[in-house]
Design a protein around this ligand. Structure first.
Ligand code: NAD
Ligand code: GLY
Length: 364
């Protein structure tokens, strides 16, 4: 086991730790002792990771004297559904979970969001531990308390802000993560550099080949720094009344790219990469981001093996989806735009003609 880093998250009325390190999964039972009031636990995982991580976590908890059971859902976004949620309520009842019991989510953002909402809603809320196994879940979805499921008419339409008691990020599990998923997670790390930390951005420029080679020292470093930034933002604005929306840099267009392609063509991080390249150019036209910074961001995205263009998508389709996005106000999409790498402004209305021109300029 390598050295660990602990990042505290301080939200009103509740502080919890994100613990990051390679090989720390087996330490979960001993860390849980002081955090949960009862020994009854339901571990939720998905069929891709239940064997390698969900089952060993459940067995380690059982060996340590917990009453732990494992529930595995099919892998993939379609499991973030009411059907899977109701199946898990049944599993929770079958296993006798009461108000003092705990849900442990072992998986990527799909497992974390679904199991998080299960914990938030079952018996009006029981304890939650997040054990993220994708890079995206380590740096983003397991931290900050957003939980939820999709409805047939849209993503994340039902949910709750519900903070975990602990996030345990064992970066060793990333050795089995497919390359494409690793790159998608790196998109969110690039985002943290743009919104808050020019040094992180420069570090990514220097270390991208090592990160893509899964050099664990570098991975630990960028996971830790990303979690520090997210913790800082969430502590200042847990329920997204203002500042937290900076975490959506690249997401206004990115979400639309995912939606118009039916959530089947682009991974979330890939769509966000296109959205960040678009936001950078829009920032050039609106908030004064320099040409040099636009080029730096596009080069870093490309170096990560992520797309900067989605030339087949029509502006009309994207604009229609953006208007009805849940973050739009009175049908007007709000953008997070950069002034420099490391500093952004949020809640910006953009002239639709300017946005359309920027998109047209990216087609070639
Ligand atoms: P995911 O959970 O679907 O995981 C991606 C794939 O990797 C899955 O097939 C999974 O089984 C597999 N996998 C996970 N860990 C693995 C490992 N260590 N080795 C091998 N395979 C592994 O996707 P994701 O990108 O982690 O999360 C996407 C979800 O997160 C979306 O539903 C999105 O809406 C949500 N999200 C939530 C927040 C939030 O703040 N709550 C933020 C960003 C994204
Ligand atoms: N992923 C954006 C947020 O947590 O607010």
């Amino acid at each position: 086991m390598s050295a660990t880093t602990t990042v505290p998250v301080k939200v009103p009325g509740h502080t919890y730790d994100i613990v990051i390190g390679e090989g720390i999964l087996p330490t979960l039972p001993e860390r849980l002792g002081p955090l949960v009031p009862s020994r009854r636990i339901l571990v939720v995982s998905d069929d891709n990771v239940a064997g390698a991580y969900g089952r060993p976590v459940t067995d380690a908890l059982t060996s340590a004297g917990y009453e732990a059971a494992l529930a595995s859902i099919p892998a993939g976004e379609s499991s973030k559904s009411g059907d899977q949620l109701f199946t898990l309520y049944d599993k929770a009842l079958d296993h006798g979970l009461d108000r003092k019991s705990t849900i442990v989510a072992v998986g990527g953002g799909v497992v974390g969001d679904l199991a998080g909402y299960l914990a938030a809603s079952y018996l009006r809320g029981i304890h939650l531990i997040q054990v993220p196994t994708t890079l995206l879940a380590m740096v983003d979805s397991s931290v900050g308390g957003k939980t939820g499921i999709n409805l047939p008419r849209g993503k994340n339409l039902v949910g709750a802000f519900y903070q975990p008691r602990l996030v345990l990020a064992d970066t060793g599990v990333l050795t089995t993560l497919p390359d494409r998923e690793l790159r998608a997670g790196l998109a969110e790390v690039i985002k943290y550099g743009v919104i808050r930390d020019p040094d992180l951005f420069a570090l990514l420029e220097a270390s991208m080949p090592s990160l893509l080679d899964r050099d664990n020292a570098w991975i630990n470093r960028i996971v830790s720094r990303s979690c520090e930034i997210k913790a800082e933002v969430v502590a200042a604005d847990e329920k997204e009344s203002g500042l937290r929306s900076i975490l959506n840099f690249g997401h206004t267009l990115g979400h639309a790219v995912e939606a118009v392609t039916g959530y089947t063509t682009y991974l979330h991080g890939e769509a966000i990469a296109v959205g960040m390249a678009f936001a950078a150019r829009l920032s050039g036209a609106t908030t004064g981001l320099s040409g040099k910074d636009i080029t730096r961001l596009e080069s870093l995205i490309e170096k990560t093996g992520l797309p900067v263009r989605a030339p087949d998508l029509s502006w009309e389709d994207l604009a229609t989806v953006m208007k009805r996005d849940k973050k739009s106000v009175a049908g007007i999409p709000k953008f997070v735009l950069a002034e420099t790498i490391g500093r952004v402004r949020f809640g910006i209305d953009v002239d639709p003609g300017v946005a359309a021109d920027v998109w047209a300029g990216m087609a070639g």
